[in-house]
Design a protein around this ligand. Structure first.
Ligand code: SAH
Ligand code: SF4
Length: 435
């Protein structure tokens, strides 16, 4: 009998990408066949993000749009999983005719049954207790040179703007033994560059193993060459972790350290539990201990009660620190979070104007930082064929910069030395000079 085919379209953060890989493994094991081709699919699954309203609107719009496929293919099933499903899945099942099933962030093991129920039009309910770690499931990855490895799930921080703790539940760390064996296996399968994932990796804790210990243990695995991690919370980034980063060669010279705001008043009402001074001290420590470190960040503008003065503090801090890259966001109120009820919500027009100013500032800084790379020789892990030219490949430096250069595609998965001769936006152009 021919196997039923499914495809999965992923929105949102790396955690969702990693979760989709878990889902692909679960459904493949259950007898379904994965396909990238939507025309070929019997089941189309959307893995969704709800961190901002815009992300949620995009996926809901897409489900409605893809629903028209059912005119030609009556037995096609459409499902929604991930954070939007967890937040409002049942509501959407009632609202969108073409949506057949939903599954929350901890329900992926049950997807085969949920799909069977959906075929009978018998829809199952969302689960709200969070204790899943998908410990024993080895993700089936689409890419074959970099691997995301989830080390913890959920979050206990309740930043006042953030929906994550409500849709992913309380923080829990995976057993370090399971992590080590997954990383080792990934390395043996050709994934030399590993990114450890968690909402706040610095609070990783399993038994006596904290994040610094975990990093040391992973560094000893011979099958991998580069270790990255996201996301670090400034309140929990310890000297111990900075020391391990400085001493262990495999740990990449890059940290993503979300700053969110440069105003102490706003940081406090965001419930971030650090000050601007603390953040600056961390940047100094990182740059002193790891001189070539690249620091990237997330910054939000238009948070409730953000005055022009507060905004300028953020702007000035970005100018002072000079991040290699900043992901900039305008505040988006999320239902059920504390900040949604705060006074002095900021007008959309002002939020947008502030966002544009931050984007313009970072563009200049990034270009300047990238131009500083010209003339340098860097070690690049070759990852893909370039999107623009099939005779070129793209790869990443240890400090997380994309480099594009002419080379044969059989170098994908290998490390090469490249000399940088130009910087265009946040892409470096290089020339290979030694294998
Ligand atoms: N756990 C990570 C971030 C997860 S969400 C951390 O603590 O850094 C990724 C980024 O989205 C956040 O850093 C924040 O800048 C942004 N974000 C989260 N909620 C948001 C909201 N309601 N509106 C706008 N941006 C938001
Ligand atoms: Fe959200 Fe804060 Fe947790 Fe990050 S640390 S996921 S921003 S609540």
């Amino acid at each position: 009998m021919q196997r039923e085919k499914f495809s999965i379209i992923t929105y949102g953060c790396q955690m969702n990408v990693a979760d989709s890989e878990v889902v692909v493994r679960i459904l493949t094991k259950a007898g379904y066949e994965f396909t990238e081709n939507l025309n070929d699919s019997d089941i189309i699954i959307f893995n969704s993000c709800t961190v901002r309203q815009h992300a949620e609107d995009r996926v809901v719009g897409r489900i409605t749009q893809e629903g028209s496929r059912k005119k030609a293919k009556h037995n096609l099933l459409i499902g929604l999983i991930g954070c939007v499903a967890q937040r409002i899945g049942n509501e959407l099942l009632n609202k969108i005719d073409s949506l057949d099933f939903v599954a929350g962030t901890d329900q992926y093991r049950n997807l085969p049954e949920i799909i069977e129920f959906a075929k009978l039009k018998n829809i199952s309910n969302l689960q709200e207790n969070y204790n899943e770690n998908y410990e024993d499931i080895y993700p089936l990855r689409k890419k074959n040179v970099n691997a995301f490895v989830t080390i913890m799930r959920g979050c206990n921080n309740f930043c006042s703007y953030c929906i994550v703790p409500y849709v992913r539940g309380k923080e829990r760390s995976r057993n370090f033994k399971a992590i080590l064996s997954e990383v080792e296996k990934a390395g043996k399968n050709g994934f030399k560059d590993i990114t450890l994932l968690g909402q706040n990796v610095n609070s990783y804790n399993f038994g006596k193993c904290n994040f610094a210990e975990l990093l040391k243990k992973i560094s000893k695995l011979s099958s991998i060459e580069r270790i990255r991690f996201v996301t670090s919370h400034p309140k929990d980034l310890s000297d111990e972790v900075i020391n391990v980063m400085a001493n262990e060669e495999k740990i990449c010279e890059h940290i993503h350290l979300p700053m969110q705001s440069g105003s102490d008043k706003i940081l406090q009402s965001m419930n971030r539990k650090y000050t601007k001074t603390h953040y600056l001290k961390l940047v100094d420590k990182l740059r002193n201990s790891i001189p070539d470190i690249a620091i990237t960040t997330d910054v939000m503008c238009g948070f409730p009660d953000e005055t022009e003065k507060d905004f300028l503090e953020t702007y000035d801090l970005m100018k002072k620190i000079k991040f290699d890259y900043t992901f900039t966001f305008k505040y988006s109120p999320r239902n059920g979070t504390a900040a949604e009820k705060f006074d002095n919500q900021i007008d959309e027009k002002i939020r947008l104007e502030r966002l544009q100013k931050l984007i313009n500032l970072q563009e200049k800084i990034t270009l300047q930082k990238y131009k500083e790379q010209i003339g340098k020789s860097v070690k690049v892990y070759v990852e893909n064929i370039s999107k623009k030219d099939e005779n070129e490949v793209s790869g990443r430096t240890c400090d997380n910069k994309i480099v594009v250069f002419s080379a044969d595609k059989n170098l994908i998965g290998k490390f090469v030395k490249v000399k940088i001769y130009d910087a265009i936006g946040w892409t470096l152009k290089g020339k290979i000079y030694k294998r």
